[in-house]
Write a new protein. Sequence first.
Length: 202
Amino acid sequence: MTTESSIAQSTEAQIREEQAHEAAENSKFGFIVFLLSETVIFLSFFAGYIIYKTTLPDWYPPGVTGLDTKDPQFNTIILVSSSFVIYVAERYLHDKKLWGFRFFLLATMAMGGYFLYGQAVEWSNLSFGFTSGIFGGLFYLLTGFHGLHVFTGILLQTIMLGRSFIPSNYDSGYFGVEATSLFWHFVDVIWIILYVLIYVWQ
């Protein structure tokens, strides 16, 4: 009877493990599809920006000859560097060192927050608005849509940080953290492309 009970418990544990693995794989697939759909949206915006810039004779709004790159360049360095910081946070979690995970995740959130602050300061100092021609509309659409993604990434990191205080929460896996980290890398890559299109290619 004891042997039968042990076999039954072992079988149930194996079934639960297989179900958990299948659920994790489905979640990963769904998240990849989500990122691909976001990529398509951004690529369509990039294509529109390139087409308009290369075909319109008067690209910038009246009185605007270009954009200042000093502050955006610094903000770019901060945001891109945060990708390395969140990677370090993820490694600490894999090593079961929650203090390191929390510290570097907080640092990533702070860097993302600083980027959004820098973007808000830049917007407040610009001499054109959303309705200032096609360039104005595309500029605010692209940077604003990306900023929304940065804000979403910070929210996701906040959730992951909060879950780290739940005992044994990450013992069964790190999919939430891995997905959040991948999303953050995606946001950084998108910004690099945006920075080149908007600020470098003037």
